[in-house]
Write a protein that binds this ligand. Structure first.
Ligand SMILES: Cc1cc2nc3c(=O)[nH]c(=O)nc-3n(C[C@H](O)[C@H](O)[C@H](O)COP(=O)(O)OP(=O)(O)OC[C@H]3O[C@@H](n4cnc5c(N)ncnc54)[C@H](O)[C@@H]3O)c2cc1C
Length: 434
């Protein structure tokens, strides 16, 4: 077994700019994942000079490491959302979550990105009878309030969807999709570059200070490749947000997620495990998510450790996830595990996506495991918002801009998540009792 991201064995990333950083740009985008690259592509298409500053290499963060599930909906259930935001705003949020999938598909088609994008749908499976009972109620609310149809699958019909007897039933959304995320993020980088954006690797942003230059207000940015000055800054650093943007860091909890992939499986076995090739996840807080890769490996992920990835958490996760996979699919007891890796998710304290401006900088974060589609969408939407500023144009529809963005009360959190062991234990407890 290799401690290595399997997706990276399937992709070639484009070359980044070897030129020195420009002195002045219209927009400095910090981070080269889906958010940053989607934003840079849109900004460049609006005629802005955009420079993407990436601390590591293109797509190095969660965007190349994830499960490739392009999912509708938000992390929180619809009733919870309605109780927090009311019917009208929740309706707009749900509609946006459906638009996110179209947004990814549109970019993939328009830019000819070969990333195995397919509208294969997702399947949520119920770990308890009461979770399954709730599916019918959720599907009814979603059909009535949002005019979107989900299909509830009884236990007796589950073999048409999944070759596991562990679950009490399921719920299918045909609109969701799957892709190879590393190929997708590499394709987005190419598309951003083709549109005129420049991407600089190994350019870690160390500080961002308000500054004026020749009477114009902007930002002085120090990076590990030298300084540059930008009229605007777009922070797209997700779970890897650091000390250069302290206000955002205090509002984001970095949480580890881990994935194993098996050896390529025989066609018949792969078909039995996932007859419709769905993106699958279960109903727990401490959930498992899994799918087949295009070369028929079982990709199996979960929050095996709550902490962000280190050699140690990755090694430990491999065995925990293998055991979880065999509990779901005893047919894989003898399957070889070829790869294990980890990555960091970004959770806000209210488990919602957030976008807009903080301390004068634009940002989009908080995707909570739904970022393949939402990050692409928010990158584009916030870039459209930036392009519309000062031009008298109407602002693009974005129901996540302007919602309250809470931090931890009493300033008890400065970006180092000391409470993760407690949160992990709490969610395990909830999975036990709920
Ligand atoms: C294991 C795992 C599985 C997941 N599975 C799914 C899934 O199946 N479906 C789904 O929808 N979502 C999934 N997600 C979540 C999804 O991958 C993320 O929400 C999404 O990729 C976030 O994209 P992003 O561009 O905002 O951030 P990222 O892709 O994390 O990019 C942030 C970038 O910012 C850079 N950076 C940070 N600080 C600085 C700095 N100071 N200077 C310069 N650069 C900096 C980092 O190096 C990094 O490359 C998963 C995440 C993980 C970790």
């Amino acid at each position: 077994m290799q401690q290595r991201n399997y997706w990276l064995t399937t992709v070639e990333f484009p070359a980044s700019s070897l030129q020195p950083l420009p002195d002045v740009v219209d927009v400095a985008v910090i981070g080269s994942g889906f958010t940053g690259l989607s934003a840079a592509r849109t900004l460049a298409r609006h005629g802005a000079r955009a420079a993407v500053l990436e601390a590591e290499t293109i797509g190095w963060g969660a965007s190349s490491r994830n499960g490739g599930m392009v999912l509708t909906g938000l992390k929180l259930g619809v009733n919870h959302l309605i109780s927090m935001y009311g019917r009208e705003l929740t309706r707009r949020m749900y509609a946006a979550s459906l638009d996110t999938i179209d947004c990814v598909e549109h970019i993939v088609r328009e830019e000819n990105i070969e990333c195995d994008f397919s509208r294969c749908g997702h399947l949520e499976v119920a770990c308890k009878q009461k979770h399954f009972d709730d599916y019918a109620r959720q599907a009814e609310v979603i059909a009535r309030e949002f005019n979107h149809s989900l299909r509830v699958v009884e236990k007796k019909d589950l073999p048409e969807e999944i070759g596991s007897t562990l679950y009490f039933g399921g719920m299918v959304d045909e609109v969701s999709a799957g892709c190879n995320p590393a190929r997708y993020v590499a394709g987005l980088a190419r598309a951003a570059q083709k549109s005129g954006a420049e991407v600089f690797e190994h350019a870690r942003v160390e500080s961002v200070q308000r500054d004026s230059r020749q009477g114009e207000l902007g930002w002085q940015i120090q990076t590990s490749r030298g300084p540059l000055w930008a009229h605007e800054v777009f922070v797209a650093t997700s779970g890897y947000t650091g000390s250069a943007t302290p206000a955002l860091r205090k509002r984001i909890i970095p949480i580890g997620s881990y994935i194993i992939t098996s050896e390529p499986l025989p066609e018949k076995l792969a078909h039995q495990l996932s007859p419709r090739n769905r993106m699958i996840y279960d109903s727990k807080n401490y959930l498992y998510y899994y799918r087949l890769t295009p070369d028929r490996r079982m990709l199996f992920g979960g929050r095996a450790a709550f902490f962000p990835e280190t050699d140690q958490t990755i090694r430990r996760s491999a065995e925990l996830l293998r055991r979880g996979m065999i509990a779901v699919y005893p047919q894989l007891a003898d399957a070889r595990i070829d790869y294990v890796w980890g990555g960091t998710l970004d959770f806000a304290f209210d488990i919602m996506p957030h976008a807009g401006q903080l301390d004068g900088m634009y940002y989009a974060v908080g995707y909570a495991g739904h970022g393949v589609a939402m990050a692409t969408y928010q990158g584009q939407k916030i870039a459209e918002l930036m392009a519309s500023e000062g031009k008298g144009n109407s602002k693009p529809e974005n129901p996540f801009v302007g919602i309250p963005f809470p931090g931890m009360p009493l300033g008890l959190y400065n970006g180092k998540p000391w409470f993760l062991p407690l949160a992990g234990a709490w969610y395990k407890f909830l999975d036990w009792v709920s």
